[in-house]
Design a protein around this ligand. Sequence first.
Ligand SMILES: Nc1ncnc2c1ncn2[C@@H]1O[C@H](COP(=O)(O)OP(=O)(O)O)[C@@H](O)[C@H]1O
Ligand SMILES: O=c1ccn([C@@H]2O[C@H](COP(=O)(O)O)[C@@H](O)[C@H]2O)c(=O)[nH]1
Length: 202
Amino acid sequence: MLILGIAGGTGCGKTTVVNQIVEQLPENEVGVISQDSYYNDLSHMSRKERTKINFDHPNSIDFNLLIEHIDQLREGKTVDTPIYSFVEETRMKETIPTPPRKVMIVEGILVLSNPKLRDLFDIKIFVHADSDERLIRRLQRDTQERGHDLNKVLTRYQTAVKPMHLQFIEPSKEFADIIIPNNRYNTVAVDVVRTIINNNLT
Ligand SMILES: Nc1ncnc2c1ncn2[C@@H]1O[C@H](COP(=O)(O)OP(=O)(O)O)[C@@H](O)[C@H]1O
Ligand SMILES: O=c1ccn([C@@H]2O[C@H](COP(=O)(O)O)[C@@H](O)[C@H]2O)c(=O)[nH]1
């Protein structure tokens, strides 16, 4: 199994890059795991209490479960991936069975910041986009898809997203084997990653 870790700040385009990589690879040979699925289960907390959570701090992620699942996938076992709802801001009761694939991609803002998780990756990728570009994309996405209002997005950006980015995400760039510049769509870089994967599939 070849395991890729893809990190980068919010809105840098991780999901987009992953979709572009996966699009032209055989469906049954590639699997994707998102760090977002592993936000701690906060279903015991009220909605009001959940608004106080810093979703950009590493402590908000159940890294132990994520690492355990990757270990099980490497042993050839199917895992039950949690489902996280950004609208409800909590983990759902349902899970998704995720079978092991020849290539597994693990993406998320903090996947290169956790040393144990990082060690599991054969190839480490950091997607870079400037912070103003990322904020614009995040604003559009969170208001259109995640049900947040402008004020909430901006307050969260100033109080959690930006400080945590500077403390944990940007420094994790130094662990990357490949840095993808993504202020604009970068088909060349995506092709390079696809070629590396294809070489490992044959
Ligand atoms: N290179 C790009 N140029 C312009 N918009 C982009 C680019 N990459 C992604 N986007 C858009 O920015 C938003 C956030 O992208 P996404 O892939 O979800 O980022 P991430 O997973 O890193 O948070 C989405 O609406 C996506 O369509
Ligand atoms: O309930 C939540 C949980 C997390 N977030 C934000 O999501 C981003 C990470 O996801 P990306 O797809 O990489 O942007 C993180 O910055 C959290 O602040 C949220 O808005 N609500």
